[in-house]
Design a protein around this ligand. Sequence first.
Ligand code: ADP
Length: 452
Amino acid sequence: MAGDAFDALFEAVRVSPDNVPLRRHLADSLLAANRAGEAEHEYRAALKLAPDDDGCAVGLADAFFRQGRHQEGLAVLESRPPAAASPEARLLAARLHLATGAVADARACYLEAVAASPTLADADLADRLGMRAGAAVAGGPTLERDPDLDLDDDLDIDLAVDIELVRSDVTFADVGGMEAVKDEVRIKILDPVQRPELFSAFGKKAGGGILMYGPPGCGKTHLAKATAGELGGPFIAVGLHEILDMWIGQSERKLHDVFERARRNAPSVLFFDEVDALGASRADMHASGGRHLINQFLSELDGVEGDNESVLVLAATNAPWYVDSAFRRPGRFDQILFVPPPDQAARAAILRILCTGKPVEAVDYDHLAARTDGFSGADLEAVVDRAIEAKLRATMRSGGGVSPLTAKDLAAAARSVTPSTREWFATARNWATHANAGGTYDDVLAWLERRH
Ligand code: ADP
């Protein structure tokens, strides 16, 4: 539709704002012209006037889909009575499910759509769903699972959406401080993989589980990546909130798939961020039947589901108080390590690492470290970033050449960054003081004490 035709339509809607078919026509036209944001606005306005208009609801869901807002799109479709769902709505639901990684649901919706309206068959979508259009038979085309696809291919289709298996080029040399965690990682996986005969003589296997907790931005994820780099094995990172959101209804299988991937590619590092999402005490876990997922996780960790030899499971949380206590049993996350904010020496090391390879004048990192108490590694990264940005801005303004970063630049940037770890300690102090069963948070208390 040409621009002036749109102008005329907008004008018509302005004159008759309550005309639902007119608004719907404008919205459909906008959507067809890929102006999804504006289409969303018009569909919403039409639905306010006519909440039961299914066509507008599907349009709104489509507008969300085109803006990458898949959950919102699904929510719109799921809020309508299923009997009212048109074949087009089912097809859209299939695309939305696929985009969120729920492949089984996507397949079901696609089958329903094509069964009701064979002309909707879409070879490309069918391929992406691991289904191929079969020969046409009386009553319309049938769809079959591709016999060449075994379970593993199925798994790859599902996982390709959200779980990546990556090689890490970060090593321990890139991690400042964190000596206690590095030591634990060495003894659990790096040394046994290097000297299997020595470890097996003592009946020790490579692998196991370490749970790291502490304030955000202090290197838990960074260290997990570095572990994979040291190991030369793949790094598989899983955000648990993501699993819970995206994999509703099939989380257990997905979790199993993730572990299987790590086992097949051992020696490997399987990293679970936000492991507190699995806390049994969380209300949403009860609501979503999360107990099953916790049990699945435990039996994967215990090696009931497969041999975890040479798989190191690292987990991280900023909220250890929500982590299910069953995770603490021996053989699971038997090492639970507090990752404090970097001390002065570690801050100096981190600053040095962050400035490596950049034009920097001789800087007294120890001096700067002394002035950044309470800063996390991520805060220090922000300091260096800001100093660089300020330098670039000044250089662009003066039109001069590259001048190196100075201690003064870094100190000025440090003054502009607020250390982020204090808030965490305020919460942690409460838990450590009032809920320290079994001395779980003794390390936190000791750390707090040392600072006063
Ligand atoms: P966490 O997982 O504890 O929330 P991250 O590992 O994601 O924190 O840290 C955020 C960023 O801060 C990292 O990408 C890294 O650049 C930097 N950083 C944090 N801690 C360290 C450290 N000990 N050594 C080097 N860089 C660090």
